[in-house]
Design a protein around this ligand. Structure first.
Ligand code: SF4
Ligand code: FES
Length: 240
């Protein structure tokens, strides 16, 4: 297929301007197979060196390039321009996070949500002489949650995150379940306590938006529901 001319309508914001955010159009001839990230790099190199966006791996591994492309949250490095189904590609920053400049958002708010779920292994009993082995069958439950690249796409589409800044959010709750489900971890009761509240697993609307958008097939809602199911028996046992 011949290269085709596209208009890239990019949301711009510069904190040193007095202006509110605004859309700016750039046109570019783009060959088939070119990604939105590659198009942004060309616009930056050929038309406006001040255009700001974040990326690192270019291969859907680092989680840096999540943004809104034609109304949907996506990784720019694995979204092809020709597949967008339109001659105009609208591009904006990830929602539910403060914009630093253009398409760069402040990830601190998102990353700070990980701290309360203590995202590290907390095994019970004495240390083994060698590594802690896991039965492959027992690893099937936590394994999908280990694929998270912290891209914050789920955070960007979560309706609870949008209305409740204190909600831990899908990524932190998925990370929480990754360790709760890990057969080597020995801190289940404490872990359940971290998330047993309206800003934890009970806050989720279970609309599955996070699962649909996740580029790595992590299922946060599934983990949230599995965590709720573990909390209920404890409440029943205590007469709650
Ligand atoms: S769960 Fe998926 S969408 Fe959410 S931060 Fe991890 S990789 Fe990104
Ligand atoms: S540049 Fe690393 S995920 Fe897109």
């Amino acid at each position: 297929m011949e290269p085709k001319r596209f208009t890239f309508r990019i949301r711009r914001f510069n904190p040193s301007d007095a202006l509110d955010s605004y859309d700016e159009d750039f046109t570019l001839e783009v060959a088939e197979g070119v990604t939105v990230l590659e198009a942004l790099l060309r616009i930056q190199a050929e038309q406006d060196g001040s255009l700001s966006f974040r990326y690192a791996c270019r291969g859907a591994v680092c989680g840096s390039c999540a943004m809104v492309v034609n109304g949907a949250v996506a990784l720019a490095c694995r979204t092809q321009v020709h597949a967008a189904g339109s001659d105009t590609i609208t591009i904006g920053p990830l929602p539910n996070l403060n914009v630093v400049k253009d398409l760069v958002v402040d990830m601190d708010f998102f990353l700070r949500k990980l701290t309360p779920v203590r995202p590290w292994l907390d095994p019970a009993g004495p240390d083994p002489e060698r590594e802690r082995l896991v039965d492959p069958d027992e690893w099937k439950e936590p394994e999908p949650y280990t694929n998270c690249i912290l891209c914050a796409s789920c955070h960007g589409v979560c309706p609870v995150t949008e209305r409740d800044p204190r909600y831990l959010g899908p990524a932190a709750l998925a990370k929480h379940y990754r360790f709760l489900a890990d057969p080597r971890d020995g801190a289940d009761d404490a872990r359940l306590g971290f998330v047993d509240g309206d800003h934890g697993v009970w806050g989720c609307d279970t609309v599955w938006s996070c699962v649909k958008v996740c580029p790595k097939r992590v299922p946060p809602t599934k983990g949230i529901l599995a965590t709720r199911a573990r909390i209920r028996p404890i409440e029943d046992k205590n007469g709650a």
